[in-house]
Ligand binder design. Structure first.
Ligand SMILES: Nc1ncnc2c1ncn2[C@@H]1O[C@H](COP(=O)(O)OP(=O)(O)O)[C@@H](O)[C@H]1O
Ligand SMILES: [Mg+2]
Length: 236
């Protein structure tokens, strides 16, 4: 069954139509990626799915309920969490304070403490730096913190916007490996990436976005072999 389904989704900024009539579905437990060039409309799609912007058309269903136009705050309560492009962490707060913010809607203190331990197990570097202000972390550590913070809301569905952006190759690998572990532990994931090669490697299905529309979709392995994808996104 689909955990998330967008049908005919449109996003506009004034006269600019950033997302035009796209259909995207993610089944419970899947790791699906959305790849595409800069400006293709990936972030706009994720923001609409996370309730950060109102779609100009179409419908979004979560768990078979219509959630179109519902606030991000309400969607977090329902188990949808976005790790935004550029990470959006609080630079002046400590690592631990940032992680606490991720659990702000929860009052099950014991489970929150268990989840904090879980984040520290996934990212030992964050445990070592729990008292450090987030603004002083490296780019990769900040990305870990952004993912960790999203995990603190105990999401059923995690939306990730270009988690590998601007990171050194070793850190890219570490972040993507951790995303795979989070997926294997049962969290459903929609991953937006410009790093198409890596995204196709760790996902089971993929959508390719071009100029606001979905141009191709299918099993990631098939898309990785598709000449159109190879030519446009895999450099060969
Ligand atoms: N706040 C905004 N106001 C106006 N245009 C925007 C805004 N955000 C994005 N756009 C435009 O929407 C299109 C899609 O952008 P975006 O969703 O950020 O693409 P991607 O994440 O794939 O790079 C681009 O043409 C971009 O310039
Ligand atoms: Mg983007």
């Amino acid at each position: 069954m689909n955990l998330l389904q967008a049908t005919g989704l449109c996003v506009s900024y004034g006269a600019i139509e950033a997302v035009r009539d796209i259909d995207i579905a993610v089944e419970r437990g899947e790791l699906v990626c959305l790849i595409g060039a800069n400006g293709a409309g990936k972030t706009s799609t994720l923001k609409a799915l996370a309730g950060m912007i109102k779609p100009s058309g179409g419908e979004i269903r979560h768990n078979s309920e219509t959630v179109t136009g519902i606030s991000s705050h309400e969607l977090v309560k329902r188990g949808i969490s976005l790790v935004p492009e550029g990470r959006g962490i609080f630079g002046r707060l400590t690592v631990e304070e940032n992680l606490d913010m991720g659990a702000y809607l929860r009052n099950d203190r014991q489970a929150v403490a268990a989840d904090l331990n879980r984040v520290f197990t996934l990212f030992p570097r964050l445990a070592e730096r729990r008292g450090q202000t987030a603004g002083t972390l490296s780019g990769g550590e900040q990305q870990m913190l952004a993912i960790g913070r999203a995990m603190m809301s105990r999401p059923a569905l995690l939306l990730l916007d270009e988690p590998s952006m601007g990171l050194a190759p070793m850190m890219v690998r570490k972040i993507l490996e951790t995303i795979q572990i989070i997926s294997e532990e049962g969290v459903t994931i929609l991953l937006v990436e410009q790093n198409a090669r890596a995204a196709l490697e760790i996902s089971s299905r993929a959508y390719v976005m071009e100029n606001g529309a979905i141009s191709l979709s299918g099993p990631s392995r098939e898309l990785a072999d598709d000449p159109r994808v190879r030519h446009a996104y895999l450099g060969g």
